[in-house]
Design a protein around this ligand. Structure first.
Ligand code: TPP
Ligand code: SF4
Length: 252
């Protein structure tokens, strides 16, 4: 019988520590499918964050390095500049990328570093037990906003793709989701395009992936996917926020 679906070769054949129904696994798979299709796993260096994906180095079958506390884009900058022929990506949650690592995120984009950033937005700090993240929605109950996030006290959520798309150094900013098959296919295309951008030397590419954290949201995996659709997508609209390739082609 023909095999029509199998594990990507660059996704290591090990059990992960992710909770049942967590969408981190889907995004790992998509990155690995792209590495396989472009045949670049042997030439790729990934940078892990703090957060639930801290141990992603055990799952990706390429070289990996750990960068604590939001410093992944800074580490990726050094790795890419010293290894310009390698593909370099970071894989970061919203606490890592948009709180403690905001500075590194913004400035690696302003410098137009030729790296790929995979940004997992699940509106919460997953690993540490469900505290408010910069992306937590107004009214969302977390461990540190037990009555719901009140923007008057806790500020407004940060829309990372919108913010980074204003920076000249950003080549590509695209928000996708992994709640349905069509959205997952779109996410894969976006991740592929980000790596193709790096191959072409286009500069900083960020793919924001709207994701779920069923454990800390207190929902079943299926309910969590529905919340992503009902609450997250309206606040964080999907789409391309910046694409210099499309702009260049439009100006021809
Ligand atoms: C300065 C600092 N404060 C707190 C922590 C603890 N910490 C480690 S991971 C994490 C949350 C990360 O959440 P996120 O980046 O959203 O990833 P997720 O676990 O949701 O995938 C926190 C607060 C830390 N490492 N450093
Ligand atoms: S705590 Fe949340 S983000 Fe972390 S593995 Fe579990 S479901 Fe995923």
């Amino acid at each position: 019988m023909a095999v029509v679906f199998e594990r990507p070769k660059s996704l290591l054949d090990v059990s992960t520590h992710y909770c049942p129904g967590c969408t981190h696994g889907i995004v790992h798979r998509l990155v690995c499918e792209v590495l396989d299709e472009m045949d670049i796993a042997g030439d790729t260096i990934g940078v892990c964050p703090v957060g639930c994906s801290v141990m992603a180095y055990d799952y990706f079958g390429c070289d990996m390095i750990e960068a604590p506390h939001g410093r992944a884009p800074a580490v990726a900058t050094g790795v890419k500049r010293t290894n310009p022929d390698k593909f370099v990506f970071t894989y970061q949650g919203d606490g890592d990328l948009a709180a403690i690592g905001t500075c590194e995120t913004v400035h690696s984009a302003t410098r137009g570093e030729n790296i790929v950033v995979i940004f997992i937005n699940n509106t919460i700090y997953g690993m540490t037990g469900g505290q408010m993240a910069p992306t937590t929605l107004p009214g969302q109950v977390t461990q540190t906003t037990p009555f719901g996030r009140d923007p008057k006290l806790a500020g407004y959520p940060v829309r990372v793709c919108e913010m980074l798309s204003t920076l000249t150094g950003t080549a590509y900013a695209h928000r996708v989701a992994v709640d349905s098959v069509p959205h997952i296919r779109e996410a894969k295309k976006a991740i592929r395009k980000a790596f193709e951008n790096q191959k072409a030397g286009k500069g900083f590419s960020i793919i924001e992936v709207l994701s779920t954290c069923p454990t800390n949201w207190g929902l079943t995996p299926v309910e969590a996917l529905q919340r992503l659709r009902d609450d997250m997508i309206p606040y964080y609209p999907l789409g391309v926020y910046k694409d210099i390739t499309a702009d260049e082609e439009g100006n021809k």
